[in-house]
Design a protein around this ligand. Sequence first.
Ligand SMILES: [Fe+2]
Ligand SMILES: [Fe+2]
Length: 147
Amino acid sequence: MKKSKLIRRLNWFYSIEKSQVDLYTAQSRKIDDIYLKKTMARVAVIEQQHVDNIASKIKKLGGKPTFIGDKVAPIAGKIAGKITGKTGVINILKTDIALEEKAMRDYKDFILESGLDENLFELLWSNLIDEDLHTSWFASKVAELKN
Ligand SMILES: [Fe+2]
Ligand SMILES: [Fe+2]
């Protein structure tokens, strides 16, 4: 893959990850359940690590990390006021799962591209697995709340 194309692809992930940091940080502030609040804050820290590892890869390639549009702003914007009650929490978790699944699909597609260097290959895999762990936790929480 040409360097310019690679940087463009990475900036997409940079943007998605940055959007997720903002989203989970906002949710952490608005959720009143302490366990969920702490979980969202912790997930936001992990998303920030993804932002940082992608940004450093872009810089190593000679590019500039660039935010190419907020993919989750419309969704995050819908969170008005405190998030309380089972239904409120289930709804945000379902949105989060959809976003995580989108990120996972994009990471998987990228991993399948040929000619990625070893370091990038490993980076994409580790971010992908983190997203999978987030998705599993969110999904099990939804199942628990529905009971
Ligand atoms: Fe992430
Ligand atoms: Fe994630």
